[in-house]
Ligand binder design. Structure first.
Ligand SMILES: Nc1ncnc2c1ncn2[C@@H]1O[C@H](COP(=O)(O)OP(=O)(O)OP(=O)(O)O)[C@@H](O)[C@H]1O
Ligand SMILES: [Mg+2]
Length: 259
C-alpha cells in the first residue's frame, strides 16, 4: 500500500498542492487525471520522493523519507513527464542503466526482455537520440521496467510511477503500453499513472484520482469519477459521455465551454 497524508507543495511562491491525502494499492492501476497545471506532476514527485515538503508518504508502511536512494531505487521506478538524453547512448545502454539502478544483482536477459515488451527489440543497438519521439518514450518505459523488472521482490510489491506514458504514442502503441502496465499490476506490482486520455484511463484504471487546482476533486472507481458534472467542471468543457453500462464508459469531447 502507498499512503500519503497532508501533502503540501509550495512552488513559485504559491501553494501548488493543498494538503492532499492519497493512497494506492498494489495489484491495481491508479490513474491521476486533471487539467493542465492542476498539480498531477507535482503530486507524483511528492509520492516518488523526488520533491520533499510537508506531509508524509509511506510505502508498505515505511516512511519514504527514511529510505536511502538505493533502497528507493529497488522499490520504485519513475518515468518522468519529459525526459531528454544529451549523450549518444544506444537503447541497450539506456535500458541497462535502468536495470543497474534497481537490481540488487543485474540479471541476464532483462534488458532484451524489457525492450521486447515495448516492441523495440530490433532496435536495441540503435542510438537513442536517433529514435522517433514515440520510440524514445517507449525506450524510457523499457528503462524503468528494467529497473523494477519483478513486480514483487522479496515479498514486497514494486511500484511504477509513470507521468503521461502514452502522450507521444499512436493508438496501437498506447494500448501496448497500457498492456505493459496492466501485466505489471496483475502480477502484484503497483502502478500510478498520470493520464490525459480519459477513455484509456476508464478502460484500464481500477481507481481514478481527479485533481483540480492542487486538490483532489474526486477519487474512486471509473464509474464514480467519470461523470459529466465532475469532468465538465474540472476540464471546463462539454463532454458527451456514454451512459450505457454494458458498453463500458467512454466519452467524446463535445464543445469548449464559454467563459
Ligand atoms: N518548479 C516550479 N516552479 C514554479 N511553479 C511550478 C513549478 N513546478 C510546477 N509549478 C506550477 O505548479 C502548477 C502545477 O504544475 P504540475 O506540473 O504539477 O501540473 P500538471 O497537472 O502536471 O500539468 P500538465 O498536465 O500540464 O502536465 C502549475 O501551475 C505550474 O506552473
Ligand atoms: Mg504534468
Amino acid at each position: 500500500m502507498l499512503q500519503a497524508t497532508g501533502l503540501w507543495a509550495h512552488l513559485g511562491g504559491r501553494a501548488v498542492l493543498n494538503g492532499v491525502d492519497f493512497h494506492a494499492r498494489p495489484g491495481q492501476i491508479t490513474a491521476i487525471v486533471g487539467p493542465n497545471g492542476s498539480g498531477k506532476t507535482t503530486l507524483m514527485r511528492r509520492l516518488t520522493g523526488d520533491l520533499t515538503g510537508p506531509g508524509e508518504v509511506t510505502l508498505g508502511g515505511d516512511p519514504l523519507a527514511r529510505l536511502s536512494p538505493r533502497a528507493l531505487a529497488l522499490r520504485r521506478a519513475v518515468l518522468p513527464q519529459a525526459g531528454t538524453l544529451g549523450f549518444p547512448f544506444t537503447l541497450r545502454e539506456v535500458v541497462r542503466m535502468g536495470h543497474q539502478a534497481g537490481a540488487a544483482a543485474p540479471e541476464p536477459g532483462i534488458v532484451e526482455a524489457a525492450l521486447d515488451e515495448v516492441g523495440l527489440g530490433a532496435k536495441i543497438d540503435g542510438l537513442f537520440q536517433d529514435m522517433s519521439g514515440g520510440e524514445q518514450a517507449r525506450g524510457h518505459l523499457a528503462r524503468v521496467r528494467a529497473q523494477v523488472w519483478h513486480p514483487v521482490q522479496e515479498g514486497r510489491p514494486a511500484w511504477l510511477f509513470v507521468d503521461e506514458p502514452v502522450a507521444a504514442l499512436d493508438i496501437g502503441h498506447q494500448l501496448q503500453v497500457m498492456a505493459v502496465l496492466r501485466r505489471f499490476a496483475d502480477a502484484g506490482g503497483g502502478v500510478i499513472a498520470v493520464m490525459h486520455d480519459l477513455n484509456l484511463t476508464a478502460m484500464h484504471a481500477e481507481r481514478i484520482v481527479l485533481m483540480e487546482a492542487g486538490r483532489i476533486a474526486a477519487a474512486g472507481p471509473p464509474a464514480e469519477v467519470m461523470t459529466g458534472p465532475l469532468l465538465s467542471r474540472a476540464y471546463r468543457c462539454q463532454l458527451c459521455l456514454n451512459t450505457a453500462p454494458e458498453q463500458g464508459i467512454w466519452l467524446l469531447p463535445h464543445a469548449a465551454s464559454l467563459g
